[in-house]
Design a protein around this ligand. Structure first.
Ligand SMILES: [Zn+2]
Length: 499
């Protein structure tokens, strides 16, 4: 029980589940959207939300990062006990909060963990956390990611030759598989890196804490070495290839391009991912079964053709990692300089994203890597933790309350599922309600904003018709509809046809 709660309070890793033993390889026992992981991430977010004022006051009045999961990942395992965190909750959690409501249950079911420590022990624990906060504040943070998912995917597809592989169903399965496993594989590789700590990981973004404070050329060299090591691991393991990688820090960033073994063809890449996706069908069904223990509003399945539910988060990347916007409605630049882009040739920084285009400084066609301030990076990862708990619990809610016929894809920021005709409206209403509920809890500190695209596709319409152009054209249409978390997309407002 102690080790399960430790995982939960450190923000559970991708693919984690409570019955997984500490040192087993995640990939071999990959569990998609385990309820234990989702509830764990929600609990972790709620603990942070209710303790954050207390932590800030006690650990870093001057404003360094005080995220509990990071502090607990930094501390060696034998330096803290779960009971000390609960001691802090007893001391400082808000009286009207969710955690207080859980108290009677905690006392009954987890008596030892909940009741064990006295105030002196809690204070000692807080001193350790304070030290961890100081160390994190002093050291260099490196933001590693596998960027440009769709663009890179297209580049692989463009190189394929085998007619069997250029088949659309094969490609779609392969793409869904890759989007589901990329984050998990990346976190696992990063956990094995030396001389740094994985503070957080999710959706293809990893935050590394280096074991020291580095600057300038030295930092750039270290970043390159780390990317090379990640890429090598991906190439040497069964994949035989590695996606494009970025490492960024305050002030600059580097890129490592896509790499593959000579013996592996682009066709091989797609073929093996497609096979995995087919083999993974059982895994997706198992995920649904694991949620059955919560099922109480089971919809009876109807006969007839299925519709497809398409649900995805509106610009999740932009929500977390920011963007240099064009001139806004008011005629002013919005969020100017939130992100700058480092030319990979001349290393100059531009305020506009000129990826794959001409750099204004050196005049060469170059790629560029975004860089943000340390504060902005910390904020981005904080927001990502909260939003991930929201996204995953939404998927879980849909599974338990609406029993989709089949899950085609689920992971990152999107869910595609076969549903009964006529089920869509009720699902959208429930997603809306779920978001409202969470904004009353751990999402409380975020600005409410539109969160989901939701589309109902009749049988015969494939989800790959939903391109970013289609979404952009709908932004305008939906703007007038007021503040809803879910933005419905109706096919007759778009260029999508059901021929
Ligand atoms: Zn340049």
């Amino acid at each position: 029980m102690e080790s399960v709660f430790k995982h939960v309070l450190r923000y559970p890793e991708e693919g984690w589940r409570p019955d997984l033993f500490n040192d087993s390889e995640m990939q071999n026992t990959f569990s998609m959207l385990d309820p234990g992981m989702v509830l764990g991430r929600m609990f972790c977010a709620q603990v942070e939300f209710e303790l954050q004022t207390h932590l800030k006051q006690n650990l870093s009045p001057n404003g360094g990062p005080t995220n509990l999961p990071w502090l607990l990942r930094y501390l060696p395992d034998d330096e803290w006990n779960v009971s000390e965190v609960f001691g802090m909750i007893r001391q400082a959690a808000r009286k009207d909060g969710v955690l207080r409501q859980m108290e009677p249950g905690m006392e009954v079911y987890f008596e030892k963990i909940y009741q064990e420590v006295d105030e002196r022990a809690v204070n000692k624990f807080i001193r350790k956390l304070k030290n961890a906060a100081k160390e994190i504040d002093r050291r260099t943070l490196l933001h590693v990611s596998a960027p440009k998912f769709h663009q890179n995917w297209k580049a692989i597809i463009d190189e394929c030759e085998d007619p069997e592989v250029t088949n659309q169903t094969v490609q779609e399965g392969a793409k869904q598989q890759w989007s589901m496993v990329i984050g998990l594989e990346m976190e696992e590789i990063c956990r094995n890196l030396k001389n740094c700590t994985v503070l957080q990981s999710g959706g293809g973004h990893v935050l590394l804490l280096l074991d020291t404070a580095l600057k300038g050329k030295e930092l750039e060299e270290r970043a390159k070495t780390i990317l090379k090591k990640i890429s090598e691991d991906w190439k040497k393991k069964d994949r035989g290839w590695s996606p494009k990688l970025w490492a960024t820090w305050e002030g600059s960033g580097v890129e490592l391009p896509f790499r593959k073994k000579r013996s592996v063809t682009y066709d091989d890449i797609i073929r093996s991912l497609s096979l995995e996706h087919a083999g993974n069908k059982q895994n997706r069904e198992e995920a649904v079964r694991r949620w059955a223990i919560f099922g109480h509003k089971y919809d009876k399945r109807l006969e007839g053709d299925a519709n497809t539910l398409y649900l995805d988060v509106i610009s999740l990347g932009e929500k977390c990692w920011g963007k240099n916007r064009e001139v806004g409605d008011s005629g002013h630049f919005e969020n100017e300089k939130e992100v700058e882009y480092v030319c990979q040739g001349c290393k100059q920084k531009s305020t506009s994203d000129f990826y794959g285009d001409t750099c204004d400084f050196c005049g060469e066609i170059r790629s560029c890597v975004p860089t943000r301030s340390r504060r902005k990076t910390v904020e981005g990862f904080n927001k990502s933790r909260r939003l991930t708990a929201m996204i995953e619990s939404t998927f879980g809610m849909i599974i338990t309350e609406h029993n989709p016929r089949e899950i085609l894809s689920m992971g990152g920021d999107e869910m595609i599922a076969k549903i009964d005709q006529g089920a869509w409206g009720r699902i959208v209403e429930d997603v809306e309600k779920h978001c409202r509920k969470l904004y009353g809890g751990f999402l409380g500190e975020l600005e409410p904003e539109p969160i989901w695209w939701a589309m109902n596709l009749h049988s015969g319409v494939e989800p790959d018709q939903i391109t970013s152009e289609v979404k952009d054209s709908l932004r305008e249409v939906n703007r007038d509809w007021g503040s809803r978390f879910v933005q419905p997309m109706f096919t007759n407002l778009t260029t999508i046809s059901d021929s």
